[in-house]
Design a binder for this molecule. Structure first.
Ligand code: ADP
Length: 468
């Protein structure tokens, strides 16, 4: 066995009842036995028992633990990256698995370094009031399968920093990655502070319904997010919901198509499009429509799709059959409606793995399902517009609003358009860039609550005013 395979082998259960397969080859890479609602109860027992001692540590002590957690991830970086490639499918190189692991390290260190001092609100002859941020207790952290390590880290790091303990439930599609992360972090964290429970929706639901879970951090689909709201209602749990997106990009006529091609490509195709805040609909003015498509197609053609273990691969397979079917259905529907397939759209089903070719679809109407639904795959519909007002209305014409982007040589003009887009983040001349100090969250059905930075720390704590 190669050294980098050791962690995956350790978290795999030899007598597990479910086989986990590599999405690039179909090969069995490990086994798991999914947990049950009873396992959730035991995990919350553990987290609740560990919480008072964890909260009693000083902030400096918890900060030191987060930095040690970052160190241990660095020490196991290659093993973690290998686990991501084998189970999730993204490439080891580029904006892939090593990048995801490096992000975990960066976020842990940034979360450790973010100051959250007590705020003095009023201080005069008659009044003194201070605002403190207290731990909530036990946080339930529920994650999806697209970025299994970094999304879990976004939930775990601030929760621990603020004195909470965490029960983490990875997606059933990326159980081994979830277990691997928790295993590595538990090399340095005190016992009981971080526990993993595995399984599907019934296990997630049991976690949300447990009365001792005071806060749920949830990243996943809009549909499941709505269920989490219902499941948590009886507990009035605090929620951070980072749900799906269908991000629009609006190109203005003044851009140089060759200059924006690379940014458009990475915005749309990062992690094969399986990213909440990826560019999923592109609105391009008539005047430069063909040139933008030519430039983007030329750049896209240089990015190889393949097995993520190959250091030269830029895009891997889709993670699972369900998602492959969604992508294939939406592209077939677009073709039948008369849209133009500029490249891709013709998967080779004789090969193993959930591979789907990089696909650009032009001359498609805004009401096509490929535009209206979240494709979550390596397919970008490019919609032609003549009237900018119409493009803005189309961009805002869906229920979700996670991210959006404006592409222009004129920053001021771009900012004006950005202000009119209904999204939690609007990027200018880029799409999807995030930073640990910049809050991130959705508008409309993309959810509520902010992650990252000071806002992220506040969202995993209870504000307490001390007055007098
Ligand atoms: P995605 O397909 O984007 O992963 P889901 O919303 O289906 O989106 O899943 C996100 C996470 O939510 C997964 O860990 C999943 O097991 C969990 N989950 C599914 N159903 C429920 C539920 N009813 N309550 C809580 N968590 C759930």
């Amino acid at each position: 066995m190669e050294a980098r395979e050791a962690l995956l082998a350790r978290v795999s259960a030899a007598d597990g009842t479910t086989e986990i397969r590599d999405p690039a080859t179909g090969e069995v890479i490990g086994k798991v036995t999914y947990g049950t609602p009873e396992d959730v109860k035991a995990a919350v027992d553990t987290a609740a028992a560990a919480q008072p001692a964890w909260a009693a540590l000083s902030d400096e002590q918890r900060v030191a633990f987060l930095n040690r957690a970052a160190d241990t991830i660095e020490e196991h970086a290659e093993e973690l990256a290998y686990a991501i490639v084998r189970e999730q499918g993204k490439p080891i190189n580029g904006l892939g698995a090593r990048y995801e692991v490096a992000g975990c390290v960066g976020w842990l260190r940034a979360t450790a370094a973010t100051p959250l001092p007590t705020e003095v609100l009023v201080d005069d002859e008659t009044n003194h009031a201070e605002l403190h941020y207290r731990p909530i207790g036990v946080v339930g952290a529920i994650t999806p399968w697209n970025w299994p390590l970094i999304i879990a880290t976004w939930q775990i790091a601030p929760s621990l920093r603020m004195g909470n303990t965490v029960v983490q439930k990875p997606s059933e599609y990326t159980t081994l990655c979830g277990l691997a992360l928790v295993d590595v972090l538990n090399e340095v964290l005190p016992e009981g502070v971080l526990t993993a429970v595995t399984g599907a929706g019934d296990v997630g639901e049991a976690l949300v319904r447990d009365k001792r879970v005071g806060k749920v951090m949830f990243t996943g689909s809009v549909k499941t997010g709505m269920k989490v709201v219902e499941e948590s209602a009886g507990n009035l749990s605090r929620l951070t919901l980072e749900l799906g997106g269908n991000d629009a990009g609006v190109v203005l006529p003044d851009v140089d198509p060759d200059k924006v091609a690379e940014g458009l490509f990475y915005g749309a195709f990062i992690n094969n499009g399986q990213t909440c805040a990826a560019l999923k609909r592109l609105y391009v003015p008539d005047a430069i429509y063909d040139r933008v498509i030519d430039s983007l197609a030329a750049f896209t053609a240089t990015m190889p799709t393949g097995n993520g273990l190959d250091e030269n691969t830029a895009l891997g397979p889709l993670q699972n059959q369900m998602q492959w079917n969604v992508v294939n259905r939406l592209v077939e529907d677009a073709r039948q409606r008369g849209a133009r397939v500029v490249m891709g759209g013709d998967p080779d089903t004789s090969q193993p793995g959930f591979f789907y070719p990089k696909t650009l679809i032009a001359d498609i109407d805004d009401d096509a399902p490929l535009v209206q639904e979240e494709q979550f795959g390596p397919v970008l519909p490019i919609i032609r517009y003549t009237d900018l007002e119409q493009a803005i209305a189309w961009a805002n014409g869906v229920d979700v609003g996670l991210g959006a982007s404006v592409w222009s040589a004129d920053r001021d003009k771009a900012k004006e358009i950005a202000a009119r887009l209904e999204a939690g983040t609007v990027w200018i001349n880029g799409h999807g860039g995030i930073h640990p100090m910049v809050p991130f969250g959705g508008a409309k059905h993309s959810g509520y609550g902010l992650e990252f930075g000071v806002e992220g720390l506040k969202s995993v704590s209870v504000p307490q005013v001390i007055s007098g």
